[in-house]
Design a protein around this ligand. Structure first.
Ligand code: FAD
Length: 300
């Protein structure tokens, strides 16, 4: 009934009801969205937000750092994946859709004779998700390359935020707590340098100790100041621990894998057990790096 009403007010938008989300994540767990939509432009997203009333709004990028709750996620889940255009504004500067794939962006940047994104080698997901968590490696992160961000607020208006309007650090960016859907990002890259290719290979080589062919959401925990979370988890005997269909990788203790039939509750419970072991045996508190899908904002 509500879906029919929405379809008549948004005739060109394909809104799905009770839509399964697990296949939209790299971990492959979790339930369904009450309503799911994948707008192709910021304008379409604004129209959708204006048509929906009184419900929570969640945002899903590439689903590579997120745990979808089991059961029903109430309200609207927006996938950014179709907002994936890129336009070059100058020789080194581009406006890139939030749904643009980070691995594809890395190739695009290289093909333009530019550099600065080598550290992103092997990081899956979209640019919007990468900005939200300042994704990166080796002390580097994508936010460093951002000039400004366009984002849609709960009233369905587009805002532009310059880099002085948000802060970021190790695996965090203040944009992610501001109740905004990032729709595009303006980034400036640097000219390619001798050694960029070696840098790229160096980052790819580091991935050899990660279980890249298995279903995971990347590192479960952030590295606590002065420690490697993976090493702590390994030393505390977490490798091979399992709950239901979720198991701690034998290759890298900071990766929880879905062996086929894991639920998100299995993953959460296993992460809790691992954190408890590290706290009891090493006295270190681990902070999750994987995020549970939560409302970005509520529509009034
Ligand atoms: C094998 C593997 C290796 C990985 N290695 C690394 C690594 O080396 N370094 C690293 O930093 N990460 C790594 N990750 C984690 C993940 O790939 C990154 O964090 C990635 O940038 C997440 O992007 P995403 O589009 O998948 O975001 P999602 O998982 O879809 O979302 C992450 C969070 O951002 C929010 N979000 C997403 N898009 C938007 C938007 N447009 N507007 C507002 N909110 C949004 C979501 O609501 C959610 O809270 C790895 C993951 C895997 C599976």
């Amino acid at each position: 009934m509500l879906l029919n009403k929405l379809h008549s007010s948004l005739p060109d938008t394909n809104i799905k009801e009770n839509w399964p989300l697990s296949s939209l994540t790299t971990l492959g767990t979790g339930g369904t969205a009450e309503f799911f939509v994948s707008p192709s432009s910021p304008e379409e997203l604004c129209e959708i937000l204006q048509a929906f009333k009184g419900c929570p709004v969640h945002v899903l990028g590439g689903g590579s750092n997120v745990l979808i709750p089991d059961g029903l996620t109430p309200g609207l889940v927006i996938s950014t994946r179709k907002m994936n255009s890129i336009s070059w504004l100058g020789i080194r500067t581009a406006e890139i859709g939030a749904g643009y794939s980070l691995p594809v962006l890395l190739k695009e940047v290289c093909s333009h004779g530019l550099g600065g994104l080598e550290f992103a080698a092997g990081i899956p997901g979209t640019l919007g998700g990468a900005v939200c968590g300042n994704a990166g490696a080796g002390g580097l992160g994508v936010c460093e390359l951002v000039d400004s961000v366009k984002a849609v607020d709960p009233s369905g208006s587009v805002r532009t935020l310059g880099r002085d309007e948000f802060s970021y650090g190790y695996r965090r960016c203040s944009l992610s707590g501001m109740g905004l859907v990032i729709v595009s990002v303006i980034m400036t890259f640097r000219d390619a340098r001798h050694g960029d290719e070696e840098e790229y290979s160096r980052f790819m080589l580091k991935r050899e100790n990660q279980p890249l062919n298995a279903r995971s959401a990347g590192c479960t925990f952030k590295n606590p100041e002065g420690y490697s979370a993976g090493k702590l988890l390994d030393e505390c005997g977490c490798k091979g621990l399992s709950v239901g269909g979720a198991v701690v990788s034998d290759k890298h203790a900071n990766f929880i894998l879905n062996t086929g039939n894991a639920s998100s509750s299995d993953v959460l419970e296993l992460a809790r057990l691992c954190a408890q072991k590290v706290h009891e045996l090493a006295g270190v508190v681990l902070e999750p790096e994987i995020r549970t899908l939560q409302p970005c904002f509520f529509l009034s």
